[in-house]
Design a protein around this ligand. Structure first.
Ligand SMILES: Nc1nc2c(c(=O)[nH]1)N[C@H]1C(S)=C(S)[C@@H](COP(=O)(O)OP(=O)(O)OC[C@H]3O[C@@H](n4cnc5c(=O)[nH]c(N)nc54)[C@H](O)[C@@H]3O)O[C@H]1N2
Ligand SMILES: Nc1nc2c(c(=O)[nH]1)N[C@H]1C(S)=C(S)[C@@H](COP(=O)(O)OP(=O)(O)OC[C@H]3O[C@@H](n4cnc5c(=O)[nH]c(N)nc54)[C@H](O)[C@@H]3O)O[C@H]1N2
Ligand SMILES: [Mo]
Length: 687
């Protein structure tokens, strides 16, 4: 926290507390209380009254002022003055920067607007500073549409076909669970406010089971840890179903009334005796059987499924199977029973999904590009199947050079001298270093926004606490200004942020939201206790129309599914987030980077000794896509055969200027065309 303004000079009369919302890509979407003294933010705290936040923030966001007042914030427009990627920039006026952008985009759009590609994700989850005005601008332009798949589409689509939407338990209800399977989630790192409810349940006698290849800090605090191989969750769910059927622990009444297609699922599960599942998952058969029966027989059994399970080839099918477990055991009947992967679908009734105004396309249907394959797509020539070569990229709310897979390809693409790249950013990230023009964007402390959440059932408003620093402008303002200069005169391209806020949440009394800061959505208690899924027939779907019965889909890259490749690269690598970073955000905040120290890979003692690697050795992690250098941590956080390379570090902070994504591949998931970050074979060698 910046303490410079905690001086006696700031008088009590200057002090204000502003109601905010955390903008980050995290299920918790905390309500904030921001203390401003003498025009400067001195504290960012959790709102004690907002039930999920409960007055507590994670270490990252409690440092939000340090990030906002960071000496390296980009606070004026910059123009490239050296080769691409060199990081040489000269400051220019807003007028010059926008004039140059307008000239370049106009010129390209005159040939084909689809040669312009927006690239954005969830740097902010806000509905206004996210795609609010940006979406309108690109729709009006007729630019390529971006498939925003980099995180959750495999699981999201799987949930949607099974339940009819991204619907799940109230996070508060986990306090009443008797058994919680924390499945593919390092909750203490990635979902802290769920963890408080799980702790409450634990104090009341609930058992907590962590299902994760890595022994995480969350696994340390659960009663049991099941360290399966990455990408084998579908097999685990099927083995569990097999045991549940064999032991007649099904809820036949719930199935008869609320599950469509159960016979197909029974047949599938019968092909998966626990011994078969055990061999695929790399865990003892008895562990699977015991887990299954405890799960089926405990009233109030909950699953906190998270996106960690779906970053592999079979991620979508695994989520479909896991989502069916509480339906065949009737877990949904009980308070504290059911499943939560995402709860964002509960906002459907209040949120305007056409905020981005697809009507501005006026019937045009620009091509779509998957953000996961930006590496290949930037290097693709024009062709009949692909359309025009990408000539311009407009990046905001994302850091693709660091976060997208197969990043040597991504870097090569961004390095094209004939590509025009505009980046809206707070910092000179790995991506901004490749920009032709960088425009300074405001942070959450400096702009207005409204938020829904994917981990709780409230909507929130974020009031600006301070004026924009330096010459920074909100994303919305930048796109309004670009629209004006491009000569787009539709009135909706001039809407203010206040107007956008009201349009974003037509189902919400915006004045009440403004006055209160957050409001609870009207979500039913025990939502599926009596069925009522959002599917056409109201039942949970095993095999919805056009889909088969789900089965385990093996990883693209594993010892079992790709033995040839595994001879050269025998270790499976996962790269989940560390506690002090949020994707690639916060890597440049000194106190947080100091806490993470340096890029590391965790490796099991057996795998390390076979390779002559000792704890603390410098190592190279290699495969055909790249080389990542970091330090080995030898210990039991890694299971045999799997290494954990934590975090998406900025290339700028890593030896040799690479990060973990030089190793990951652009191959996609079975459902939802998502990324397969945790489906990646490597070898580790001593440096
Ligand atoms: N501190 C912090 N919090 C975050 C983030 C962050 O970067 N840092 N990121 C945010 C974002 S964008 C998201 S999407 C969520 C992500 O949060 P989660 O959905 O929880 O996903 P991950 O953190 O990717 O993975 C969670 C766990 O899954 C495990 N895992 C990896 N592969 C497998 C597998 O095949 N099967 C199983 N069962 N487990 C596996 C990993 O070891 C990890 O412990 O968290 C958000 N919160
Ligand atoms: N190997 C590996 N790779 C991964 C993952 C993994 O687990 N392993 N996780 C994946 C996941 S789950 C996700 S969601 C993606 C995330 O990828 P991204 O969405 O790209 O997330 P960040 O890396 O946090 O980058 C967000 C950027 O947006 C900027 N930003 C924030 N707010 C604003 C704003 O208001 N305006 C503007 N203009 N910019 C803003 C921040 O400064 C930051 O640089 O990464 C994925 N990549
Ligand atoms: Mo994510």
């Amino acid at each position: 926290m910046n303490t410079a303004t905690d001086s006696p000079a700031a008088t009590a009369t200057d002090t204000r507390v502003v109601q905010g919302a955390c903008p980050h890509d995290c299920p918790d979407t905390c309500a904030l209380r921001v203390t401003v003294e003498g025009g400067r933010v001195v504290r960012v705290q959790g709102d004690p009254d907002h039930p999920p936040t409960h007055g507590a923030l994670c270490t990252k966001v409690s440092r939000y002022a340090e990030r906002t007042y960071h000496p390296e914030r980009v606070l004026q427009p910059l123009r490239r003055s050296g080769p691409k990627g060199s990081g040489s920039f000269e400051p220019v006026s807003w007028d010059m920067a926008l004039a140059e952008v307008t000239t370049r985009l106009r010129d390209i759009a005159a040939r084909d607007p689809q040669a312009i590609v927006p690239y954005s994700y969830a740097g902010t989850m806000g509905l206004i500073q996210g795609e609010g005005m940006a979406g309108r601008f690109f729709n009006r332009l007729g630019a390529t549409r971006l498939e925003r798949t980099i995180c959750s589409t495999a699981g999201g689509e799987a949930l949607a076909v099974t339940y009819g939407g991204k619907l799940g338990m109230h996070v508060e209800d986990f306090a009443h669970s008797r058994l919680i399977l924390i499945w593919g989630s390092n909750s203490i790192t990635a979902n802290l406010h769920f963890w408080s409810f799980a702790q409450q349940a634990k104090r009341d006698g609930a058992r907590l089971v962590c299902i994760d290849p890595r022994r995480t800090e969350t696994a340390d605090k659960c009663h049991q840890h099941i360290a399966l191989l990455p990408g084998t969750d579908g097999a685990l769910a099927l083995g569990m179903m097999n045991a549940i059927i064999a032991d007649d622990a099904l809820d036949a009444d719930y199935i008869a009334r609320h599950v469509a297609g159960f016979e197909g699922l029974r047949e599938r599960a019968l092909a998966w005796p626990v011994e078969r599942a055990a061999a695929v998952c790399g865990v003892p058969a008895e562990t699977i059987r015991a887990l299954a029966l405890e799960y089926a027989r405990t009233p109030g059994a909950a699953i906190r499924l998270n996106y960690g399970v779906q970053r592999v080839h079979g991620g979508g099918s695994a989520v479909r199977l896991a989502a069916l477990l509480p339906c065949i055991t009737g877990a949904w009947r009980h308070r504290g029973g059911g499943l939560l992967l995402s709860s964002s679908g509960w906002a459907k009734g209040v949120r305007n999904f056409a905020l981005e105004r697809p009507d501005l396309l006026c019937g045009r249907q620009p091509r779509a590009i998957n953000m996961v394959t930006i590496g290949d797509d930037l290097l693709r020539p024009a062709s009949a199947g692909f359309g025009p070569r990408i000539e311009a990229l407009v990046v905001y709310n994302s850091n693709p050079v660091a976060v997208a897979p197969d990043s040597n390809r991504v870097q090569q693409g961004f390095g094209r001298e004939d590509l025009f790249t505009l980046v809206l950013e707070h910092f000179l990230t790995d991506t901004a270093l490749y920009a032709d023009i960088v425009l300074p964007a405001t942070t959450q402390l400096e702009h207005l926004d409204v938020h829904t959440s994917y981990g709780h059932t409230y909507v929130l408003m974020n009031q600006p606490a301070i004026a924009p620093l330096g010459q920074a402008k909100p994303n919305t303002e930048i796109f309004r200004e670009l629209a004006r200069r491009m000569g787009f005169d539709e009135p909706c391209l001039r809407d203010s942020d206040e107007a956008l806020a009201a349009q974003a949440l037509p189902g919400i009394d915006i004045e009440r939201l403004r006055a209160h800061g957050w409001l609870r959505l009207p979500v039913p208690d025990r939502p599926f206790a009596e069925g009522g899924y959002a599917t056409p027939d109201g039942r949970a779907q095993v095999a919805p129309q056009g889909w088969g019965v789900p089965d385990h889909v093996p990883p693209h890259e594993s010892v079992q599914s790709a033995p040839e490749l595994a001879r050269r690269y025998p270790l499976a690598m996962i790269s989940p987030p560390p506690r002090n970073f949020l994707n690639s955000s916060f890597v440049n905040v000194d106190s947080l980077r100091a806490a993470e120290r340096e890029p590391i890979v965790e490796i099991h003692p057996d795998d390390a000794s076979q390779r002559g690697i000792a704890d603390g050795d410098r190592v190279r992690i290699i495969n055909d896509r790249g080389i990542y250098r970091c330090r080995a941590v030898v210990g039991l956080r890694a299971r045999p055969g799997v290494v954990n390379a934590l975090g998406v570090w900025w290339r700028a902070w890593c030896e040799g200027g690479s990060n973990v994504n030089v190793l990951t591949s652009q191959r996609l998931t079975d459902i939802g065309a998502g990324p397969t970050f945790y489906d990646c074979l490597v070898e580790v060698v001593r440096a």
